[in-house]
Design a protein around this ligand. Structure first.
Ligand code: 1GP
Length: 262
C-alpha cells in the first residue's frame, strides 16, 4: 500500500506559512549507478530529505520505473515527485508530478502544447498534479534544457524580468514557481533574484541548479527560497546530502537551537 498521503501541495503551503524549509534530492535515473542510487536513498532517509524529484532532460532507458520502485522499497515515507523532461516521463509509481509550464520561454509547446497532449492521462492518473511555473535562469553555460526547449533563459542579472515572470505565473493561477539555473550550472541563482521573487509572490518558491555547498543552500533559504533542489553535487558526492539537508532544515522553527549552520 502506498504510505504517502496525497497532500504534497498542502504540505508545501503549510510549510511556507510556518517558515519551514524543504530539501529535495533530484535523481536522474540515467545518471546514477545502482550502487550510488542505493547509497543516495539510504542517506536521504537518514537526513530526513523531504521529497525526491525524479527526472532529467533525456531519460533514454527504462530506468524510471526501476528507480521509483527501488526508492519506494527503501524510503517509503519520502514522496516521489516526477520532474519530467518530456511528456513520456510518466509513471504511476510516483506520488506527484510537477506539471511544468516553461514561463521563462516563448515556446508555445512548452507553455501549453504538451500539456494538452498529456492532460487526459494525467486526469485519470492517481498522481497529485502540481501546476508549476518553470523559469530557466542563465547559469553560466548553455544547458540541455535550454537547448532541448529551444528557449533562452532569463539573464542572471535581470532580477526584474524574473520578478515580473513569477508574478505573471502566480496571477495565471500556477501553484508553484521553480527557478532553475539548470543542472550543473556554473553560477547558481543569485540571492538578490531569489529575494525579489519571493518578496513579491505568495506561492512556494523552488530553487535549484548549481547549488554545491550547504552554505549556498542556506543563503538561498535565507533569501526566501522555500524548497532547495540539489542533483549534480549529490551525484558526485552522496555524503553531501547530510550537510545540505541539515543546512536547509536549520531554518526550521523547531530546530533553530542546536544546529551548526545558525
Ligand atoms: C536541475 O535544479 C536542478 O534542474 C538541480 O540542479 O543538478 O545542478 O543540482 P543541479
Amino acid at each position: 500500500m502506498n504510505m504517502i498521503d496525497k497532500h504534497i501541495y498542502k504540505s508545501l503551503v503549510d510549510a511556507k506559512k510556518a517558515g519551514e524549509k524543504k530539501f529535495v534530492v533530484l535523481v536522474d535515473p540515467d545518471k546514477l549507478s545502482l550502487k550510488n542510487l542505493e547509497k543516495t536513498i539510504d542517506l536521504a532517509a537518514k537526513a530526513n530529505v523531504d521529497y525526491f524529484f525524479i527526472g532529467g532532460s533525456l531519460i533514454v532507458n527504462n530506468m524510471l520505473d526501476e528507480t521509483l520502485k527501488k526508492i519506494k522499497a527503501v524510503a517509503p515515507n519520502i514522496p516521489l515527485i516526477l520532474f519530467p523532461g518530456n511528456a513520456f516521463q510518466l509513471s504511476y509509481r510516483a506520488d506527484g508530478l510537477l506539471f511544468l509550464s516553461l514561463i521563462s520561454g516563448r515556446n508555445a509547446e512548452l507553455l501549453i502544447g504538451k500539456h494538452v497532449i498529456s492532460a487526459p492521462y494525467l486526469k485519470m492518473s492517481p498522481l497529485e498534479i502540481l501546476p508549476t511555473g518553470y523559469m530557466l535562469i542563465e547559469g553560466g553555460k548553455p544547458t540541455t534544457v535550454s537547448y532541448i526547449s529551444n528557449t533562452s533563459p532569463i539573464p542572471a542579472e535581470k532580477d526584474d524580468i524574473a520578478l515580473c515572470t513569477a508574478i505573471a505565473g502566480e496571477l495565471l493561477g500556477l501553484k508553484l514557481i521553480y527557478m532553475d539555473a539548470g543542472s550543473g550550472a556554473l553560477k547558481p541563482i543569485s540571492e538578490s533574484m531569489i529575494e525579489m521573487v519571493s518578496g513579491a509572490t505568495n506561492i512556494p518558491l523552488i530553487v535549484g541548479g548549481g547549488i554545491r555547498t550547504p552554505e549556498k543552500a542556506l543563503a538561498n533559504v535565507k533569501a526566501g527560497a522555500d524548497v532547495i533542489v540539489v542533483g549534480n553535487a549529490i551525484e558526485k558526492d552522496p555524503e553531501l546530502i547530510l550537510e545540505m539537508a541539515q543546512a536547509v532544515h536549520s531554518m526550521n522553527p523547531e530546530k533553530l537551537s542546536n544546529l551548526p549552520y545558525n
